[in-house]
Design a protein around this ligand. Structure first.
Ligand SMILES: Cc1ncc(COP(=O)(O)O)c(C=O)c1O
Length: 411
């Protein structure tokens, strides 16, 4: 990635590099910083926990883990049980293992253009070139394209890649293979903001019930960014399993796998042959768990006002970018969900990766991001990546970003 900047400090909406240059941050470290960098309330909670004598015991549940699980189970309808891990990738990998253990099936479906973590089978088909995946396929599947080398290809025969927003392809694959799970981000936020069509997620729920696979909503990026109950709450579709990470602890390393008790209980099955392996030295680390508890307490008590403010700031950013495109006479579009927004050099917001691949100008996208970075506005210099607003951003910050954005557009 270029430029590759060595950052030395983060505070609120700002980052500083090792030379002391300040940047207004819209990257948010790929999403966690909903409440701003180095949020004092959360830092204080972590320091207090560690100074109180809490440690990592590596044996048995702790009061902190129980408190976090209770907050989740009491406030999110589709979570009856939850367990804690360190990264989103660990949570999604466990979700897949659990779906296989529950259904005694091996195959699963992922979305072309979705990202669900770095485990061997899940790390595939995010940023592909057209010649790697070929023409649009529907109903049907795309060839598997691992993200990086060193992946055992035989294992990937069990993974099926379909278009997002394409129920016909999911049904088609389910009729051909014994599918344990469909895993998807409810909104594809690793290629900007690609929203579900009306009825799509409810359609996945219905297919899961008809075909007997588990619906795993990967809310590592959408969870807590859009509402306390994630996107599942907003669209009123209950997953069988759900994964969280990122914003759940505002930048501290923790992830959660939660869901229906009948499935989660298999993790602790008395019949050892049925249990998927759940292990991790740092699972439930008190620093990360107390950061999550502090974050969720803030979102619970002030959520209404926080999400409303984030939505206003997000809209200001989106409207400003659209005005900039109009004033420069550039054909482009924006897509947004609350505090997450993105821009595309194409005449409509994409509905899946293939649409994006055939219409978006990826080179111009990166060029604009690099020009913005030079002007002290940090958008990650990777095409289509989502931008995020935090509660630390002000109206002035958004207006400054929009002004610089317009300067960087070349008509
Ligand atoms: C939707 C989604 N799932 C899973 C992951 C993996 O999370 P982590 O990087 O914490 O392993 C990510 C990370 O970007 C993500 O966006």
């Amino acid at each position: 990635m270029s430029p590759s900047i060595a950052f030395a400090k983060g505070d609120g909406a700002y980052l500083w590099d090792h030379n002391g240059k300040r940047y207004l941050d819209f990257h948010a470290a790929f999403g966690p910083y909903l409440l701003g960098h180095n949020n004092r309330e959360i830092n204080d909670a972590v320091v207090q926990t560690m100074n109180s004598g809490s440690s990592l015991y590596g044996s048995g549940p702790t009061e902190l883990e129980t408190e976090l699980a209770q907050i989740l189970c009491e406030n999110i309808d589709h979570i009856e049980k939850a367990t804690m891990l360190n990264t989103g990738s660990e949570a999604t990998a466990l979700a897949i293992k659990l779906s296989r253990a529950v259904t005694s099936r091996d195959h699963f479906i992922v979305m072309q253009g979705g990202y669900n973590g770095n485990s061997d089978e899940l790390a595939c088909n995010v940023f592909n070139q057209l010649d790697e995946i070929g023409p649009r396929v529907s109903p049907g599947e795309y060839p598997i394209r691992p993200l990086g080398s060193g992946t055992v290809i035989q294992k990937q025969k069990l993974v099926h890649i379909v278009n997002y927003n394409d129920l016909a392809s999911v049904k088609f694959i389910c009729e051909k293979y014994p599918i344990a799970a469909v895993i998807t981000e409810p909104v594809l936020q690793n290629i900007g903001v690609v929203r579900p069509h009306e009825g799509y997620l409810a359609g996945l729920r219905k297919l899961a019930d008809e075909m007997g696979f588990l619906l795993i909503l990967d809310e590592v990026k959408t969870g807590f960014r859009h509402s306390f109950g994630g996107y599942a709450e907003l669209c009123n579709v209950a997953p069988d399993l759900v994964t969280y990470g990122k914003a759940i602890a505002n930048g501290f390393p923790i992830s959660v796998l939660g869901g229906k008790a009948e499935f989660m209980d298999v993790i602790a099955s008395e019949d050892l042959s049925k249990r998927p392996l759940l292990a991790g030295t740092y699972n439930g680390h008190p620093a990360a768990v107390s950061a999550a508890i502090a974050t969720l307490k803030i979102l619970k008590s002030r959520g209404k006002e926080i999400y409303a403010r984030l939505d206003r700031l997000g809209k200001l950013a989106e409207d400003g970018m659209n005005n900039a495109f109009r004033s420069k006479g550039i054909e482009a579009s924006t897509a947004r969900l609350g505090s997450a927004f993105s821009f595309y050099f194409m005449d409509h917001a994409p509905s899946d990766f293939h649409d994006l691949l055939t219409n978006h100008d990826f080179t111009l996208d990166v060029k604009v991001r690099k020009a913005l970075i030079q002007k002290g506005i940090y958008f990650i210099p990777l095409a289509t990546k989502q931008c995020s607003v935090s509660t630390s951003h002000t109206v002035d910050d958004i207006e400054e970003m929009v002004e610089r954005f317009e300067e960087c557009l070349v008509s």
